[in-house]
Design a protein around this ligand. Structure first.
Ligand SMILES: [Zn+2]
Length: 257
């Protein structure tokens, strides 16, 4: 299908909810787990399971090194992030629900952002958990807090309030999702008139359940992705392409700009 069909769908919508995945940020230089080369040749993300993080100081040290490298890129939002912020400014988009942890939607000006996998811009106390559920005291700080301590010689920084473990405020492999974020995501998806998914392969549950939930609640479904997804047959509009090339034009036309 064509971008024109997407434009038409967006032009008639007043409660758009965007659901974004790694594909919207690759054009900002954020490496996708699946992309060959780069950072993932040096770090295996499967090594950093929640349970291993809890029991191993060495895994925590390697995890901080990986985080530092990921954050060092000074990544900027791209035209697709900005197009979604414009839709929100125009009163047509209610929320962005994202699988990304990079903070680029907020950097582009989006205000209502639900980060279902947390954020890599912050760290949080996880206490001394005995299962996949964080048991922290509530301490939270910018990611720089951890790096300042590591640079000061403490390579396994602990919570200043309760001496518990501190971890990136992301959802690690094997870690329970944040229930508040999941609930907010489901509420947005089921009250949207259009669910616009961008750059997500829609293969990881529970996030991949959102298109189905939105469709069942009566929303139209639009999918922008550079590869097929399992939900293409269910969608009203499918545009095969990169977010930064498809969205800005479609949004500008839908807003009559
Ligand atoms: Zn604590």
């Amino acid at each position: 299908m064509t971008v024109a069909a997407l434009t038409q769908l967006l032009a008639g919508a007043t409660r758009i909810v965007a659901f974004t995945g790694a594909g919207i940020s690759t054009e900002s230089g954020i490496p996708d787990f699946r992309s060959p080369g780069g950072i993932w040749t040096r770090y295996d993300p499967r090594e950093f399971t929640f349970d291993r993080y809890v029991v191993s100081a060495e895994v925590r040290r390697r995890s901080w090194a990986m985080r530092r490298e990921l954050l060092a890129g000074a990544h900027e939002p791209n035209a697709a992030h900005r197009a979604l912020a414009e839709l929100e400014d125009a009163g047509r988009l209610v929320a962005v629900v994202t699988q990304n942890t990079d903070g680029l939607h907020q950097a582009a000006g989006s205000r209502e952002v639900v980060e279902i996998h947390g954020t890599s811009r912050a760290v949080t106390c996880i206490g001394e958990p005995t299962s996949g559920v964080p048991a922290g005291c509530g301490f939270r700080a910018p990611a720089s807090w951890a790096f300042e301590r590591i640079d000061g010689g403490d390579d396994d920084p602990r919570c200043p309030d309760c001496d518990g473990l501190v971890k990136s405020a992301t959802v690690s492999f094997g870690q329970a999702m944040f229930p508040d974020a999941l609930e907010a995501a489901a509420e947005h998806a089921t009250s949207a008139d259009v669910l616009l998914t961008i750059g997500s392969s829609l293969q990881v549950y529970p996030a991949a359940g959102l298109p189905q939930a939105a469709r069942s609640a009566g929303a139209s479904l639009a999918i922008v992705n550079d590869e097929p997804t399992p939900f293409d047959a269910l969608a009203d509009v499918v545009v095969r392409g990169r977010a930064g090339e498809v969205l800005p034009g479609a949004v500008a036309d839908a807003l009559g700009r």
